[in-house]
Design a protein around this ligand. Structure first.
Ligand code: PHE
Length: 443
């Protein structure tokens, strides 16, 4: 007999775990550098539009599908539409989890390494922070070793079981991260020459918007909200019937937005004041933030706590990525949780090796980009948007929009979704994803 499926112990536990999944490297590391690559404030505006139009409705939909079926993504689609190919949407999610975590873990590894570098005092004032970053990721062995450590930790926690592993950490994580980022914002905006960065980040130049901007914003929205791959379906599957779906969805999206927007506010004024380049790509946060800490009283101390919490935030997101793949093996293939977790973690570790090496140690390119960038391109352009689109089509037409709304509204104590929600998930949101994908790819 299968043991009873676990569920969250309190209402807050779900919000915390889902927010733990959403808030991560996507907010602190990825959001600022994608803003920097897309010209600043105008991108932020486009991103906000996408979050409202696509992110929120899809968040509600995924939580609802999970709660309705109490299954992993593949099992959820199988349960609601037996003997149809819809389970393939879940399969895209499992694939996405695997792909994303392989490079995500590499970046988390940089975070752990930066924690130790801060503690040992090798990132103090006077350091060339740009050179320090590129030198670090260019080494062959060290980043791969940190990546191995991070994957081992993630695999261990998931192997021991989800509800026990998650939730507890997040309760402390969010407030501490929030306070540290606020400190960084204050230091950043008071640096001499910060106003140029503020302008860059807050004063939109709408003429710079192209279809590519929309595509990047959509990719970022899926990524930062953990949508389009079943992570939220999986977490929703541990929800009890009496939880409030529209309210939880709003909280999760709101918290995630808040942390991302603040991270940008911590970074851009400093980028301009300290003479870095806003187009530094994946290195942006790792170059800018240590430089800001170096300009702060007790900077070493705060910097160390920051990178510690940065790594923990990455961990709580990584858990949800790994959980999707493991839940599938456990539920559908009847594999034991520890075995599934060990196996998958090792596979992801292997895929992450070329990703890490392609940052400069070895020339590994696919489609003209470093392997690391290729994996990111794959998830942001195809896996998440297509997974999200199909999830919406499924909820809107197969499960039906009216049932999705009804199910989402069940036991809601905050507010109820009106008929507009059905319109949104049937027509507007899927159409927006299709238009952005096609235009971004072909125009
Ligand atoms: N949302 C996470 C972050 O911002 C990453 C993630 C993507 C997690 C997809 C789960 C699923 O860091």
């Amino acid at each position: 007999m299968k043991p009873a499926r676990e569920s969250w112990t309190t209402k807050l536990a779900f919000i915390l775990a889902a927010a733990g999944s959403a808030v991560g490297l996507g907010n602190i590391w990825r959001f600022p550098y994608v803003v920097g690559e897309n010209g600043g404030a105008a991108f932020v505006v486009v991103f906000l539009v996408i979050v409202a139009l696509i992110g929120l409705p899809l968040m509600v939909t995924e939580i609802t599908l999970g709660r309705e079926t109490k299954k992993n993504p593949i099992g959820a689609f199988k349960a609601l539409a037996p003997n149809t190919p819809w389970w393939l949407v879940g399969a895209i999610g499992v694939l996405a989890g695997f792909v994303i975590l392989s490079f995500y873990s590499v970046v988390a590894g940089w975070g752990i390494s930066y924690f130790f570098q801060t503690v040992t005092g090798s990132l103090t004032e006077g350091t060339d922070f740009e050179a320090a970053f590129f030198d670090h990721v260019r080494q062959g062995f060290a980043p791969v070793a940190w990546h191995a450590l991070f994957m081992a930790l993630t695999g261990l926690i998931i192997g021991l079981g989800i509800v026990k592993g998650i939730g507890r950490a997040v309760r402390y994580l969010m407030p501490v991260l929030f306070i540290l980022i606020i400190m960084l914002v204050i230091r950043g905006v008071t640096l001499e020459g910060a106003s140029e960065g503020l302008q860059y980040y807050l004063q939109p130049d709408f003429t710079s918007i192209t279809w590519q901007t929309w595509l990047d914003a959509a990719g970022q929205a899926f990524f930062t909200l953990s949508l389009g791959m079943g992570a939220i379906i999986t977490y929703g599957s541990y929800l009890k019937k009496d939880d409030d779906v529209p309210g939880s969805a709003s909280w999760i999206v709101g918290l995630d937005l808040l942390i991302a927007l603040l991270a940008g506010l911590a970074i851009f004024p400093a980028v301009f004041a300290l003479g870095f380049s806003e187009a530094d790509g994946p290195g942006l946060a790792f170059i800018t933030l240590p430089a800001v800490f170096a300009q702060m009283p007790f900077g070493m101390f705060f910097g160390a706590i920051f990178f510690l919490f940065f790594s923990v935030a990455a961990l709580t997101s990584a858990l949800s990525l790994l959980e999707v793949v493991v839940a599938w093996l456990v539920d559908e293939k009847e594999m034991s949780r520890p075995k599934a977790s060990a196996l998958v973690s090792f596979g992801i570790f292997l895929l992450g090796i070329p990703a890490s090496l392609s940052m400069g140690a070895v020339d590994i390119q696919v489609m003209g980009m470093p392997f690391f960038d290729f994996l990111d391109y794959l998830q942001e352009t195809f896996l998440l948007p297509i997974g999200g689109l199909l999830t919406l089509v499924f909820a809107g037409y197969v499960f039906t929009a009216s049932k999705t709304r009804e199910s989402a509204n069940e036991n809601s104590t905050s507010f109820k979704l009106g008929v507009w929600f059905e319109w949104l998930i049937k027509y507007i949101t899927p159409a927006a994803v299709v238009i952005i994908l096609l235009a971004g790819l072909f125009l």
